[in-house]
Design a protein around this ligand. Structure first.
Ligand code: AMP
Length: 472
């Protein structure tokens, strides 16, 4: 299929040709024609699949055909009824399209993509409403009455409650990475926002998975949606080679990381740490060791985060040391390597992390540096991805310690419980292996306790409004 065959108008085809896009990705080929027909969509796909264009192109197609709206910053003053001395009262923004995204980085990326695809549509304004940015500037941007808002939920709610946004003219609502927004505890905000929009809007929901809570929300907010599933191949990340190195201790981990970072095949690398402080410390250490490194985490001001990401995109940084939330959605095609200096807290984050490499059809390499005591966490990841991560060693950097031997299975008495234990007192037999058949040599160790990092509520948990706003 070509982009022209999806039904998009010339003004967009021109921008796509200029962006170097030759043909639609699978998610675009399925989503664009259906969205152009006005259908609601439930799409399971990952970042990297081209999902941004899959929702933004049909939206731009629809908005480009609509007449330009008058800019009325102060209706009372325009009508001559207002006393000249009183302060002008701004009309609320009346967006026609709203994209909700879990993180600032993703929202900024969506805004940048909108500008790229919509560059030949003259009158169109897209504005990002994000946490961590000054309110007065956002209020000014809203006063320009943009057609498109791209927002993180917490900050958007703040503006709604202050009467600066009116969704009565909203035509299209997009939830990008909806599963992630629920993971981050934004469910109440999302419900509030959806309730403020017209029932006859078009709704497009994108998520890595459509199971569980996200599937329930998806069904509630869409009407007769077309379901598109692109996730499987991308979840497998078939273009990304995965490796695992065992390390004895922190010193060994640092030596091995330095050695691996000296690989001439690395264009740019993304190194994940569990905590913000560790991202700073490791970045400093790598700089001292002669690597061109920079940190990226949630304690940095948005301006500093943007500058770091831009420097990364321009190739001025070779090693970016980041935490999960800060790095979410990063799309830098020249990242050839992802390192898990610390393993992620959730298996799902592993998939998101390694997906930062192998972008735009390239190959990537994802390397995890793992302590023997973390084998349980590795198996959780392997079960989630349904892939085994091959264990590798580097000559001269082999671990001295060996994985603990698998505990011998206790003899079972009739009825399936170990001899000498009553069912009540025994619980689950010690050392009972979880279902995993790939690497029988691995020990069954307890997971390490996760070490902080960007604080996040577990899946499905709710957070206070204040906590959400801080994160959003
Ligand atoms: P996304 O999944 O929206 O984050 O997009 C991932 C990357 O693929 C971005 O760098 C896009 O610019 C790029 N991309 C999206 N659609 C296409 C396409 N049809 N052809 C080439 N690159 C694309």
């Amino acid at each position: 299929m070509t982009f022209a065959e999806t039904g998009l108008q010339e003004i967009l085809l021109k921008a796509l040709a200029e962006a170097g896009y030759q043909e639609p990705t699978p998610v675009q080929a399925q989503a664009i024609p259906a969205a152009l027909e006005g259908r609601d969509l439930l799409v399971s796909s990952q970042t990297g699949s081209g999902k941004t264009a899959a929702f933004m192109l049909p939206a731009l197609d629809r908005l480009a055909a609509q007449p330009r709206r008058p800019f009325v910053p102060d209706a009372r003053r325009a009508s001559g009824k207002e006393r000249p001395s009183s302060r002008p009262r701004l009309q609320p923004a009346r967006p026609r399209m709203l994209v909700l995204a879990p993180t600032r980085e993703l929202a900024l990326q969506v805004t940048a993509a909108t500008e790229k695809y919509g560059r030949h549509i003259r009158h169109l304004k897209a504005v990002a409403i994000l946490g961590g940015m000054p309110y007065p500037k956002q209020t000014m941007l809203l006063a320009r009455n943009p057609e498109i808002l791209v927002a993180t939920p917490g900050r958007l709610i703040d503006h709604m409650e202050s009467g600066r946004i009116d969704f009565s003219e909203l035509q299209m609502l997009v939830l990008d990475e909806a599963d992630r927004m629920l993971d981050m505890g934004f469910i109440e905000d999302i419900e509030k926002i959806v309730a403020a929009t017209p029932a006859d809007r078009q709704t497009l929901l994108f998520s890595a998975t459509l199971d569980g809570a996200v599937g329930r929300i998806a069904r509630e907010i869409t009407r007769d949606p077309l379901q598109i599933s692109i996730a499987a191949a991308h979840t497998r990340h078939e273009n990304i080679e995965q490796r695992l190195h065992f390390v004895d201790d922190l010193a060994h981990k640092n030596r091995l990381l330095d050695h691996l970072l000296r690989d001439a095949n690395i264009d740019q690398a993304l190194v994940f740490t569990a905590t913000k402080r560790e991202a700073d410390t490791l970045s400093d250490r790598l700089n001292l060791a002669g690597f061109n490194a920079a940190p990226l985490h949630g304690d940095m001001h948005q301006g500093a985060r943007n500058r770091t990401l831009n420097a990364m995109r321009r190739g001025h940084i070779r090693v970016l040391v980041a935490t999960d939330v800060a790095a979410r959605g990063i799309d830098v095609p020249t990242i050839t390597h992802v390192f898990n200096y610390d393993l992620p807290k959730f298996a799902e984050d592993y998939v998101h992390r390694i997906g930062r490499t192998g972008r735009a059809g390239r190959d990537g390499l994802a390397i995890s540096l793992v302590n023997h005591a973390e084998q349980f966490a590795v198996r959780k990841i392997e079960r989630f991805t349904k892939q085994t991560i091959p264990v590798e060693t580097v000559a001269g950097h082999e671990p001295v310690r060996r994985p603990a031997a698998k505990p011998a299975k206790p003899a079972r008495a009739k009825g399936g419980w170990p001899t000498g234990e009553t069912r009540k007192g025994a619980g689950r037999p010690q050392g009972k292996p979880a279902a995993h058949s790939q690497d029988k040599s691995r020990a069954y160790a307890a997971p390490r306790s996760p070490a902080g990092g960007d604080r996040r509520a577990p899946a499905g948990a709710k957070r206070s409004g204040a906590a959400q706003r801080r994160a959003g």
